[in-house]
Design a protein around this ligand. Structure first.
Ligand code: GLY
Ligand code: MN
Ligand code: MN
Length: 427
C-alpha cells in the first residue's frame, strides 16, 4: 500500500504542478470542508470531505483541513489543532506517508492563509471568505475534473478493497432475504457484515423487497417483514479511504418468468461489462443495452414489437428508464462524466437516454459502473398505455410481474486496453 500511495502522490503532485504552470497559478489550496448544521439545530449533517482533499491523503479526512500545492516544494498539510471537549479529536495518523508532506499543525486563530502570496486557486467550500480572497478558476476546475476519471493504481486498489468489503455485506443480505428478514434487518446485517455505520456508506444502501424494487432509489427500510418474499434488490456499497463501491444484486424466490428475466439480465450485464474496454463509446454501449433489453422483452412475450420499434416509441425505456452507469471513484457519480474535453466541453446525453451520466469514450484506467435494469413501474406503465395505444405489451402478463418490482445488476469495472477487469466479480 505504501508504494502505491507513494507513486500516487508522486504523479498527483507532478500533475498539479503541470496544472499550475498551464494556468499560470502559484498555488492551489484545497479545503476539506467544514461541518454544516441542520436548519435551526445544533446537530450537524454527517461530514463528507471534499473529494479533491481526500484524493491526497491515505486516511479519512477531517473537517477544517487544508492542502496547499505549489511548484516549489512538497504538498503542505494544514492540520487543525482543535480544543473541543465535546467531540473526539483525530490524531494525525502515523506512518511513512508523512515523509511526502510538509505538515503544519495549526490552531483556528492562526491565520495561515495570510502567509500565502501570489496567484492562488481556492478549491472547495468557502471558509470565512477565503475563496474570494484567493479565487475560483472554472477552467482549471474543469481540467482537474476531467482527469479525475483516470485512476492511479492506488485508487484502483482502494476501489477493489471497497468491493471486497461491500460484497461481504451483499452475501449477508442474500442470506437474510432467504431467511425471511425485513428490509431493516437485511440492512442491519449488511452494515454489520460490511463493517460500517450508515453515515460511512458511500450512499445510503437501497434494500427493496418485492414491489419496492421498482423504485429506483428506494429510501425506506420497512421494519415489518412482508407476507410473501418475491424479490430483494440491494444496491449498496462501502468506502475505503474515501473510495466507494456501488454494487447492485437482485435475488428472487421465483422459479418462473421473473427468474428467467433475472438470469437473462445477468448475461446481458456481464456481456456489457466485458465490452467496457478502451475505445468503446459509452453512449453506444448504452444503446446496445437498450437493444438487448428490447430483444428480451420481445423473446419473453412482454412486448410483441421489434427492438427497433420499441426503442423508437420509447417502450423499452419504460422498463429501463435510467442510464447504463457512470464514472466511479471518490464520488459515487464521479465528476466529469459529461465532460468530453479537458477544456470543459460538455456532451449532454441523447434525448433517448436523458439520464445517462457518462457520455465519454471509455479510456484506460477509468472505473465505471455497468448497471442495466428492467423494472415494472406502475407510473411509467400507465403513462405508456395512455400515450401509446399501439404499445404491443401484454398487460395481463405484466400485471403478474408488477409484484416483483424489478431487476438491477451492477458491477464496478476497470477499463483497460482490449480487456476489462470486473472489480466486483474478480475481487
Ligand atoms: N447507487 C446509485 C447508483 O447506482 O447510481
Ligand atoms: Mn448503485
Ligand atoms: Mn451506480
Amino acid at each position: 500500500m505504501d508504494s502505491l500511495y507513494f507513486s500516487h502522490i508522486k504523479s498527483l503532485t507532478s500533475f498539479y504542478q503541470d496544472t499550475l504552470e498551464r494556468f499560470q497559478l502559484d498555488q492551489i489550496i484545497i479545503a476539506s470542508g467544514t461541518k454544516s448544521y441542520y436548519f435551526q439545530d445544533d446537530y450537524t449533517h454527517p461530514f463528507k470531505p471534499y473529494a479533491y482533499a481526500q484524493q491526497w491523503l491515505p486516511f479519512d479526512v477531517e473537517p477544517d483541513t487544508f492542502i496547499v500545492i505549489s511548484n516549489h516544494s512538497k504538498p503542505t498539510l494544514i492540520w487543525p489543532l482543535k480544543e473541543d471537549f465535546w467531540h473526539a479529536q483525530q490524531n494525525l495518523p502515523e506512518g511513512s506517508w508523512s515523509d511526502l508532506w510538509t505538515i503544519k499543525p495549526t490552531r483556528a486563530n492562526e491565520n495561515w492563509a495570510d502567509t500565502i502570496k501570489g496567484k492562488t486557486m481556492w478549491l472547495g467550500q468557502d471558509i470565512a471568505g477565503l475563496s474570494d480572497k484567493f479565487g475560483r478558476y472554472d477552467k482549471t476546475l474543469a481540467w482537474l475534473d476531467y482527469h479525475r476519471a483516470y485512476k492511479s493504481d492506488y485508487e484502483v486498489d482502494l476501489l477493489k478493497q471497497a468491493n471486497v468489503r461491500a460484497l461481504k455485506g451483499h452475501h449477508a443480505a442474500e442470506k437474510a432475504f432467504f431467511e425471511g428478514k425485513s428490509e431493516l434487518d437485511i440492512y442491519l446485517d449488511y452494515l454489520r457484515t460490511s463493517q460500517q455505520t450508515s453515515p460511512q456508506e458511500p450512499y445510503s444502501g437501497i434494500i427493496a423487497l418485492n414491489q419496492n424494487a421498482a423504485v429506483l432509489h428506494y429510501e425506506h427500510k420497512q421494519i415489518q417483514s412482508p407476507d410473501k418474499f418475491r424479490t430483494l434488490l440491494i444496491d449498496a456499497g462501502a468506502k475505503v479511504t474515501g473510495y466507494g463501491s456501488d454494487i447492485t444484486r437482485t435475488f428472487t424466490t421465483d422459479n418462473n418468468l421473473f427468474n428467467e428475466l433475472l438470469c437473462k439480465m445477468d448475461q446481458i450485464q456481464q456481456s456489457l461489462a466485458n465490452k467496457s474496454i478502451a475505445g468503446t463509446d459509452y453512449k453506444a454501449l448504452h444503446a446496445t443495452c437498450l437493444t438487448e433489453i428490447a430483444n428480451l422483452l420481445q423473446e419473453s412475450q412482454i412486448c410483441s414489437l421489434s427492438a427497433e420499434e420499441q426503442i423508437s416509441k420509447g417502450i423499452t425505456q419504460t422498463f429501463f428508464p435510467h442510464g447504463l452507469g457512470h464514472l466511479l471513484g471518490l464520488q459515487v457519480h464521479d465528476v466529469g462524466g459529461h465532460q468530453v474535453t479537458p477544456e470543459g466541453d460538455i456532451l449532454k446525453p441523447p434525448s433517448s437516454a436523458p439520464f445517462l451520466r457518462l457520455t465519454r469514450k471509455l479510456e484506460e484506467n477509468m472505473v465505471i459502473t455497468i448497471e442495466p435494469g428492467l423494472y415494472f413501474i406502475p407510473m411509467l406503465l400507465e403513462k405508456m398505455q395512455q400515450s401509446l395505444p399501439q404499445h404491443g405489451c401484454d398487460m395481463a402478463l405484466i400485471k403478474t410481474l408488477i409484484p416483483f418490482g424489478g431487476i438491477r445488476i451492477e458491477d464496478n469495472v476497470l477499463v483497460k486496453q482490449n480487456i476489462s477487469e470486473n472489480l466486483t466479480r474478480n475481487s
